[in-house]
Design a protein around this ligand. Structure first.
Ligand code: G6P
Length: 506
């Protein structure tokens, strides 16, 4: 039995202006004492950069990835602080405000970056949680760094959280933080959201520190996942590796004295995007004109296909290129009629698997273009850059077919952005059934990217789709996303976190 509290985590609390005494959102976060609401993630929404980097303004640029895309809009509207790393090694940065958000930087040394971020987070957990597409590596020194750095994030929260504050911990890099917070500050309401998949216990079993991870997560009152299968996997692991008794997705967590300290719940909360931002951009004359210019610059092909990904082995870029190359070989597509734009934004460039992937993708693109390009037309326009959101929306407007071929993906917000931008209900989305977004976008052309023949057929269905069918599918998908934007995601999560859970120990 549960009853509901207010979901408004700032209700009845001091406002941003009251606390700073200035009324100005631009004042530094260091000026105030404690926050009633704190988000903590490995990355802050902005990253340190230098003037020669694209998109760098005043030494900062938007951080990569879906987590920031989803959380930044909420945080600009919320009275709270964001604790995270600012992207540069060995640099101490004082709390500051950026884009209307109070930011509390956590410092990572070059060693922390190598062992905690590149090592345990991105060469152990990332591949383990994504179906072991790449083999995870297990090193005790990486695990030690993971514990040490998680403690530092927890301490930063503890030092900045008001009595009874709500703390929302984000993603796989910080899975030990909920328990660390619970032990030091039982007064806090603690939520956790995992942006990536949670693996089945048969795969999770490989992790030498599996018990500590589950124990860390169970420190939260509410553990959120993208898909209900992820929540189910987590609870099955809690049962199998900790012997937890799970009833209706709830675990009664016990302290060292054997007494129940709290009830941890697991539930799916599929993440979304800032629908308003994308729909407004999609109507802007300069964004529309830029989309037309992109098509003209490519020589006015009949069909523009588009892929937009971090350059990550989970995204299925190699499978996509293979299918496309074969379609050119088979003569089903020609470079006169079709161009594939592949935006591959730089990611985790010092991790071995990412270096290998880049070499392979760039070798394949060179091979395809060398074989099929003419003086006038190109097969693949490959761009190893990240772009501002305005340019992304122009690309979405220009693209007749969007290719999302992930081998495993927590959600995939690019798919949701594309659909949202297609305000005329045209265009086709080819979507992997292994992306979380497939649970919501059922009218996409769903496919298994490992099946290259199936992928080729699906691409051709998308290229040749009749306007009536395209419009029916796009309309249904747009309705789904317009009704479920990221504000609803965060308010649903925070409302569930605020619920009082009545213990039923029978
Ligand atoms: C995914 C993860 C995020 C991560 C982002 C970018 O979206 O879920 O936690 O921040 O990728 O990766 P990076 O390693 O650059 O932070």
């Amino acid at each position: 039995m549960e009853d509901s509290d207010s979901a408004d985590h700032s209700a009845g609390k001091t406002t941003k202006a009251e606390r700073t005494g200035t009324g100005s959102a631009a004042s530094g976060a260091g000026e105030r004492d404690h926050f009633d609401f704190i988000v903590v993630s490995n990355r802050l929404p902005v990253d340190r950069c230098s003037a020669e980097d694209t998109g760098c303004e005043d030494g900062w640029r938007r951080s990569p990835g879906g987590l920031v895309t989803a959380l930044a809009p909420m945080m600009t509207k919320t009275d709270g602080a964001w604790v995270g790393w600012h992207g540069a090694p060995d640099e101490t940065v004082e709390p500051f405000s950026h884009g209307g958000i109070d930011l509390i930087p956590v410092q990572l040394s070059a060693d922390d970056i190598e062992l905690f971020y590149e090592g345990f987070s991105n060469a152990t957990l990332w591949p383990l949680y994504h179906d072991v597409i790449a083999p995870p590596e297990f090193h005790r020194t990486w695990w030690d760094a993971y514990r040490r750095v998680n403690r530092r994030f927890a301490d930063a929260v503890i030092g900045n959280a008001a009595e009874g504050a709500t703390v929302w911990v984000q993603d796989y890099q910080l899975q030990l933080v909920p328990k660390m917070l619970r032990e030091a500050r039982p007064d806090l309401k603690i939520g956790f959201f995992n942006h990536i998949p949670f693996p089945p216990p048969e795969i999770f079993a490989q992790l030498p520190w599996r018990r500590a991870i589950i124990d860390g997560l169970l420190g939260a009152d509410l553990v959120g996942f993208q898909r209900s299968s992820d929540a189910g996997n987590f609870m099955r692991s809690a049962r199998r590796f900790l012997g937890a008794s799970v009833k209706q997705q709830q675990v009664h967590v016990k302290g060292s004295d054997g007494q129940t300290t709290h009830i941890a719940r697991a539930q799916a909360f599929p993440i979304s995007i800032d629908v308003k931002q994308i729909t407004e951009l999609a109507k802007r004359p300069d964004v529309i004109e830029r989309a037309e210019q992109i098509r003209r610059d490519l020589g006015n092909p009949k069909t523009i296909l588009l892929g937009v990904d971090r350059l990550d082995y989970t995204k299925g870029i190699r499978h996509r290129l293979k299918a496309y190359e074969e379609l050119l070989q088979d003569g089903k597509l020609t470079v006169k009629d079709a161009t594939l734009i592949q935006v591959a934004s730089p990611s985790r460039e010092r991790v071995e698997q990412y270096r290998l992937l880049r070499e392979e993708v760039e070798g394949t693109v060179g091979h395809i273009n060398g074989t099929f390009d003419t003086m006038e037309s190109t097969a693949v326009r490959y761009l190893h850059h990240s772009y501002p959101i305005e340019e992304m929306v122009s690309l979405y407007l220009a693209a007749d077919v969007m290719l999302v071929t992930a081998l495993r993906d927590g959600m995939n917000l690019v798919a949701k952005e594309y659909v949202t931008a297609r305000k005329n209900n045209d265009g086709a989305l080819v979507l992997s059934e292994f992306a979380g977004a497939a649970d919501q976008l059922k009218q996409a052309l769903l496919m298994n990217p490992h099946d290259i023949d199936g992928l080729k057929d699906t691409i051709m269905r998308a290229v040749n789709m009749q306007p009536g069918e395209a419009s029916r599918r796009m309309r249904a998908m747009r309705k789904q996303i317009l009704d479920h934007d990221v504000d609803l995601w965060s308010s649903d999560f925070l409302a569930a976190l605020a619920e009082k859970v009545v213990r039923d120990d029978s």
